[in-house]
Design a protein around this ligand. Structure first.
Ligand SMILES: Cc1cc2nc3c(=O)[nH]c(=O)nc-3n(C[C@H](O)[C@H](O)[C@H](O)COP(=O)(O)OP(=O)(O)OC[C@H]3O[C@@H](n4cnc5c(N)ncnc54)[C@H](O)[C@@H]3O)c2cc1C
Length: 466
């Protein structure tokens, strides 16, 4: 069926006001925030516009849209707020982009059970403001909190800056409501915990729009912390910092924020830094904050780290949610992106060292650096940033891919995981077998064909060789 016929079928199913075909709507939903899509725009090789943008107002609209698209044989691309950075959204001329941003209702907040249910399209900062008005917090603070949706967090298995104590999104999701490609509505999960067979929520977490559409999410909440303390230290090198962080978390302490910057990034954080900055935020009941600050202080002193002014952490708190403009960077000939991975404690130093060395060998590289920002009993993440200078527009994409390859090869070589929180999208799709093995990819393909036999949901993401 042609693009026009899909649009007619959708207008009939949902009413004309929810199906947009004007140029501005189509242009705004061509792709997400993937740096490579921005590079292709810059090169004048942009992603095509979709056939239409559908804005469902409720679950019934989502069901109707999926059924109409299925009958028309049209692919459907769920779109939260478009802050994804791995190419989870790239339109095609026959596709229906399902823009979830009109599903923006806070459905309920329960201050006794500490649960809140949101429409999937609720903006992160709106969700947090709604619970904050009742003295509560979700505690999920991705840097993109102001430009991402609750449904997008679930679809990408997102992580917030306070994750070391509060966990990642999978630790907060109590229930997921989703519409499967055939229009079936499922609500998976209820309360604090259940033993009811396999955890089907996990099928939707990280599904990147390829298995269905998330329409609602119930998150567990926390009471706003009574106290907060900030501390900053300097330590001689990355390996000593990793070892200190390992001791802190393995002793049972959980500073919600614990970030370690390599020398290059430390200098960017504070001109006085001459080695690696370690920044911590402690939160909770004041007794716990006091005890944690004192115990961590002893570990820090024993490791030979020295205190730095807490204003470094205050500045980070104030400026932490800056969203870079790819267009401005590309206009200056700068190819920039970030790549996040993780590894066990015993290998994290090798991943860091090899990745930074491999980046340094890329022609035109002007910065290749990393920090850690999410710590676990068994290991740590690393968040690499690279910047490559080139005025040759045609050289940008190969340079970009070379930098990604440098980081992922080093991570894979040392047995790390190839994504910590941004997901697979398109940029890591052909790397997924290294993470899951051939058997794991076969299993994922079987899940995909069981739920989405027509392959209509977000074709091109997540599944290798799709
Ligand atoms: C400056 C910046 C900072 C960032 N910081 C962080 C960070 O700290 N932590 C982190 O985890 N991520 C971060 N990200 C990445 C991004 O914000 C997250 O991946 C976020 O969860 C995406 O949400 P979104 O609503 O914008 O989703 P979108 O970009 O719209 O979509 C992302 C993927 O999810 C799918 N999807 C979206 N909504 C639904 C739905 N309702 N049902 C089914 N599929 C859906 C899409 O099809 C797509 O594959 C950052 C991004 C930027 C630009």
């Amino acid at each position: 069926m042609s693009g026009m016929k899909v649009v007619e079928a959708l207008r009939e199913a949902l009413g004309p006001g929810k199906v947009a075909t004007d140029e501005a709507s189509l242009q705004a939903r061509r792709h997400d925030y993937w740096a490579l899509s921005a590079i292709r725009d810059h090169r004048k090789d942009p992603a095509p516009v979709p056939a239409c943008v559908v804005r469902p107002g409720n679950v019934l609209d989502v069901q109707a849209a999926l059924r109409a698209a299925a009958a028309a044989g049209a692919p459907v691309i769920p779109f939260g707020l478009g802050s994804g950075v791995v190419g989870g959204v790239i339109a095609r001329p026959d596709a229906v982009v399902l823009d979830m941003s009109a599903m923006s209702r806070v459905r309920s907040i329960d201050p006794t059970d500490l649960m809140a249910t949101f429409d999937a399209g609720v903006r992160g900062t709106d969700a947090e403001a709604a619970v904050a008005a009742q003295g509560l917090t979700i505690g999920h603070w991705p840097q993109s909190v102001a430009v991402s949706s609750v449904g997008g967090w679930v679809a990408t298995r997102a992580s917030g800056q306070f994750s070391t104590a509060y966990g990642n999104i999978e630790d907060m999701v109590l229930a997921v409501e989703a519409v499967l490609p055939d229009g079936t509505l499922v609500t998976l999960g209820k309360g604090p915990r259940a033993s009811v067979g396999p955890d089907l929520r996990a099928l939707i977490l990280g599904s990147e729009g390829a298995l269905g559409v998330i329409t609602g999410v119930t998150l567990s909440l926390r009471r706003a912390p009574e106290a907060r303390a900030l501390s900053v230290f300097e330590i001689a090198d990355m390996d000593r910092g990793f070892e200190l962080q390992r001791q802190i978390v393995q002793a049972g302490w959980r500073p919600p924020v614990m970030r370690q910057y390599d020398p290059r990034e430390s200098r960017r954080m504070d001109a006085r830094a001459s080695a690696c900055l370690l920044l911590m935020i402690h939160e909770g009941p004041s007794g716990l904050v006091g005890a944690e600050t004192a115990a961590v202080g002893e570990l820090v002193a024993a490791a030979g780290a020295t205190p730095m002014p807490a204003e470094v952490a205050e500045r980070w708190l104030e400026n932490r949610n800056h969203v870079p403009s790819w267009d401005q960077l590309l206009a200056r000939g700068l190819v920039v992106d970030t790549v996040e991975v993780s590894a066990p404690w015993s290998r994290i130093g090798s991943v860091y060292g090899d990745a930074v060395s491999a980046l340094a060998r890329i022609p035109g590289l002007i910065a290749g650096s990393a920090h850690s920002s999410h710590a676990y009993r068994s290991g740590l993440n690393l968040y690499f940033t690279f910047a490559i200078q080139t005025d040759d527009t045609e050289a940008m994409e190969p340079a970009y891919l070379a930098a990604w390859r440098a980081i992922l090869e080093a991570t894979d070589l040392h047995g790390g995981s190839l994504s910590h929180h941004h997901g697979i999208g398109r940029v890591r799709r052909e790397w997924l077998e290294r993470e899951l093995g051939a058997g794991g990819v076969t299993l994922l393909r079987r899940v995909k064909s069981a739920l989405d036999p027509r392959g209509m949901m977000n074709p091109g993401v997540l599944i290798p060789n799709a």
